[in-house]
Design a protein around this ligand. Structure first.
Ligand SMILES: *[C@@H]1O[C@H](CO)[C@@H](O)[C@H](O)[C@H]1NC(C)=O
Ligand SMILES: *[C@@H]1O[C@H](CO)[C@@H](O)[C@H](O)[C@H]1NC(C)=O
Ligand SMILES: *[C@@H]1O[C@H](CO)[C@@H](O)[C@H](O)[C@H]1NC(C)=O
Ligand SMILES: *[C@@H]1O[C@H](CO)[C@@H](O)[C@H](O)[C@H]1NC(C)=O
Ligand SMILES: *[C@@H]1O[C@H](CO)[C@@H](O)[C@H](O)[C@H]1NC(C)=O
Ligand SMILES: *[C@@H]1O[C@H](CO)[C@@H](O)[C@H](O)[C@H]1NC(C)=O
Ligand SMILES: *[C@@H]1O[C@H](CO)[C@@H](O)[C@H](O)[C@H]1NC(C)=O
Ligand SMILES: *[C@@H]1O[C@H](CO)[C@@H](O)[C@H](O)[C@H]1NC(C)=O
Ligand SMILES: *[C@@H]1O[C@H](CO)[C@@H](O)[C@H](O)[C@H]1NC(C)=O
Length: 428
């Protein structure tokens, strides 16, 4: 019942064959630390282009015929970060690369250049005006929280954020009183319901029960309070599970029980999104704005997280050097296919579903992770982190994308202001 790291390593990509075409890239392994605290991933070029063109999210006005998610990273020596480690916001220590002495700084100076248009710099006032009086929820894992914290810091230059639970980084809730804007991170790393049969013995290899057809009520119970939601998930799906549908076991992953069939990670990932979208559409008749932020790729090289693997590069790849492929592409396509199906259905029902299609850009950023700079140098027990993103860093670009997409919604994009009843969330 304990999948050891080697087993995890060799099978992380489900049943597909070679993962990453390239030379020394190693299959992603999740450390316990990473699994408990963090996450990510993404996909291939021709297919990406095809999919992206299939989305209508980005061409709702004539000015925006271009797909902002297709482009390259351009070095800009003049570029200033939107915040620093001195800004009055919270940078989680594990992503506070400058605090822990990361020596190179070029990774903060690349800006995303879409192929056919420009991605404007982030304008905090413009963002805050758009979201005035609204509540935005990030629903997912620690990579989703990484984006939320980046957004709080990007807005902190213009408005003073108040942390509702300052002493607990897991309870991410921020208010910008001047704009009556609330940001919440809702911890639901698998989006669907889980039960840990032995919570006190939780390890990266313990088996969790995952109910693929039941949405996690940690987020469904809050939906009525949220005008905008951003869903994301990824790395947690690679751990051991027993899968359930209609309350019955339908299979498992790394459970080592002979009478239970192995089910692929892609199936579980697909079902989790199907359930999420179905819940929005049919159970809650959700009419807010819902984003899927696509798979965020990790970049371990030279080994696994626990045997010397790391991410030491100091500059981005070009799209000739790297692209989404292998399991990252599979995960990406799996979620995007469910998104497309739901988007079609949602159009008739008033659900505004949008794709925050960051995967393509982020596969090019092996230089954007904390690596060893997510903890003090004296702490030689912590593993390198090639999953989360340094702050400041390329994760800030996700919020540049978000603002562009919000602008395209035009005025009055939210029909109905939901009834507000934010209670203390049950997060772990
Ligand atoms: C966006 O462009 C696609 C392809 O050109 C088109 O099919 C779709 O209707 C457009 N969507 C909107 C909202 O204009
Ligand atoms: C902020 O980062 C600088 C390096 O850029 C470092 O010298 C300093 O100690 C950091 N300060 C804090 C409060 O983390
Ligand atoms: C804040 O926004 C909510 C929801 O739009 C609204 O009900 C409330 O009155 C606003 N509060 C203030 C002080 O404007
Ligand atoms: C947070 O911790 C500080 C220092 O321990 C304490 O003074 C403060 O009251 C705490 N705040 C809350 C909201 O618990
Ligand atoms: C979990 O831990 C508890 C207390 O440490 C122990 O009594 C129990 O046997 C453990 N369960 C499993 C399944 O290992
Ligand atoms: C599988 O076998 C174990 C041990 O015999 C048993 O406890 C369990 O209920 C079985 N599971 C299923 C789904 O049949
Ligand atoms: C959602 O809409 C359907 C069809 O209009 C309706 O039957 C159902 O009661 C609604 N659900 C909620 C939670 O409002
Ligand atoms: C880790 O640090 C401790 C004390 O700081 C030291 O004794 C130990 O040798 C170090 N281990 C490694 C693998 O560097
Ligand atoms: C808010 O939600 C809590 C928990 O669901 C409930 O107990 C309380 O009555 C609600 N308050 C209002 C004003 O609806």
């Amino acid at each position: 019942m304990k999948a050891n790291p080697i087993e995890l390593h060799t099978t992380t990509n489900g049943n597909t064959k070679p993962l990453i075409n390239s030379k020394h890239f190693i299959l992603p392994i999740i450390t316990l630390a990473l699994l408990i605290t963090i996450h990510l991933y993404i996909g291939n070029f021709s297919e990406l282009r095809f999919i992206s063109q299939g989305q209508s999210a980005l061409n709702s006005t004539d000015d925006h015929k271009c797909n902002v998610f297709q482009g390259t990273w351009v070095f800009d020596d003049e570029r200033e970060t939107y915040y620093t480690n001195e800004t009055k916001c919270v940078i989680d220590d594990r992503q506070n690369c400058m605090k822990y002495g990361r020596p190179d700084t070029d990774f903060m100076k690349w800006r995303w250049q879409p192929n056919e248009c420009d991605l404007p710099e982030f304008d905090a006032v413009e963002f805050l005006e758009i979201v005035r009086g609204k509540t935005l929820g990030f629903i997912g894992d620690s990579v989703g929280r990484n984006q939320m914290q980046s957004l709080v810091c990007m807005l902190a230059s213009e408005a003073y954020p108040i942390a509702m639970y300052p002493n607990d980084t897991r309870l991410g809730q921020w208010i910008f009183p001047t704009y009556n804007f609330t940001l919440i991170a809702i911890w639901s790393p698998l989006l669907v319901k889980t039960r840990d049969p032995s919570p006190d013995n939780f390890t990266r290899n313990s088996i969790m029960n995952l109910y693929l057809d039941e949405a996690d009520d940690v987020w469904t119970s809050q939906l009525q309070n949220l005008d905008i939601v951003i869903f994301s998930s990824g790395q947690w799906f690679f751990r051991p599970f027993v899968y359930y549908e209609k309350g019955e076991i339908i299979g498992c992953r790394f459970c080592n029980q002979e009478n239970i069939t192995d089910v692929s990670v892609y199936y579980a990932y697909q079902m989790a999104y199907k359930t999420t979208f179905t819940t929005l559409l049919n159970l809650h008749n959700y009419t807010g704005l819902a984003y899927l932020r696509t798979f965020s790729p990790q970049h371990f090289e030279n080994g696994e997280y626990n045997n010397g693997g790391n991410c030491v590069r100091t500059r981005p790849f070009t799209s000739q050097e790297m692209r989404l492929d292998g399991y990252k592409l599979q995960m990406y396509l799996t979620q995007v296919n469910e998104f497309k199906a739901a988007k079609k259905e949602g159009e008739n029902k008033g659900l505004k579903l949008r794709l925050l299609d960051t995967s393509d850009a982020m596969i090019l950023r092996p230089d954007g992770h904390p690596n060893h700079y997510g903890h003090p140098a004296s702490d030689n027990k912590s593993f390198p982190d090639c999953v989360h993103w340094c702050m400041p860093g390329p994760v800030d670009t996700w919020n540049e994308f978000l603002l562009e997409m919000l602008k395209m919604e035009g005025d009055g994009f939210i029909d109905k202001t939901p009834q507000r009843n934010i209670t203390r969330l049950n997060l772990r």
